[in-house]
Design a protein around this ligand. Sequence first.
Ligand code: MHF
Ligand code: KIV
Ligand code: MG
Length: 278
Amino acid sequence: MRFTVRDIGAMKQAGERIVMLTAYDHPSAALAEAAGVRFLLVGDSLGMVVLGRDSTLPVTIGDMVHHAEAVVRGAPNALVVGDLPFLTYACPEDAVAAARALMQQAGVQAVKLEGGAALAPIVRHLTTLGVPVMGHLGFTPQAMHQVGVRVQAKEAAEARRLLDDALALQDAGAFAVVLELVPAPLAEAVSARLRIPTIGIGAGAGCDGQVQVWHDLLGLSLQKPPRHARVYAPVGEMIRDAIAAYAADVRDGSFPTAANSARMDQAELDRALGRDDR
Ligand SMILES: Nc1nc(=O)c2c([nH]1)NC[C@@H]1CN(c3ccc(C(=O)N[C@@H](CCC(=O)O)C(=O)O)cc3)CN21
Ligand SMILES: CC(C)C(=O)C(=O)O
Ligand SMILES: [Mg+2]
């Protein structure tokens, strides 16, 4: 049985911390679910960590559907949320089209969009139609050229606006909200004032849950991981060393061995090559 948005809400009520992780393909989703994580985000971060672009802005709904489909199949018991890409939710009609692609084609159970009170009418429109929506406040990467890649809402006026934005998203029917790169005390205060769960990334331990990018957790990003991340296993280095070992074995002839190869009766080979039976 898949986890549901209602299960996520119940976890906040029960005081249980919520674990979310991104996933972008079948093996990453299956490994997350095997590890007991049942709340997955197909983030538009895939543009960066999977496709090698330098921001999330070029990601298309086609990219999202292609990856989300694989995640939905790889984690049959998870609640899968898909990011709506940059400029795909500028008006209600566009937002519906993007949500339709993610829910009907890819099969995700919810969508996420970046923005506050100004986006509340879009969030209301989607939730009224049966689309569960997750909000995203603080550092919103799709607005990087406007806000800069840095901690947001450090000053009172901006912090007050973030709280009001979170309340507006909740009132519009959002089932949860991501808080990215905001001061820990502010994230804790917002979490205490909301009925719906907050999921933090670079927002301290006072959020109701945490989300991390798969590649950051596993040391698979080629650049140094962001400050908000912890590398739990140096999988990138392990992969590089494994590939180097394979290459060395091919070059010196120690791979493959007889165990990796198929045998053939010598008489059969002689017949095939046109020699007499011996
Ligand atoms: N690999 C990866 N991890 C992420 O968490 C992530 C992505 N990619 N791509 C999409 C967005 C962009 N995010 C980012 C990107 C950069 C920083 C960053 O450069 N942080 C600074 C600290 C900023 C500060 O403290 O003011 C750092 O030094 O790591 C943070 C979040 C979060 N998301
Ligand atoms: C960092 C998370 C919250 C995200 O939006 C993404 O991975 O795209
Ligand atoms: Mg995103």
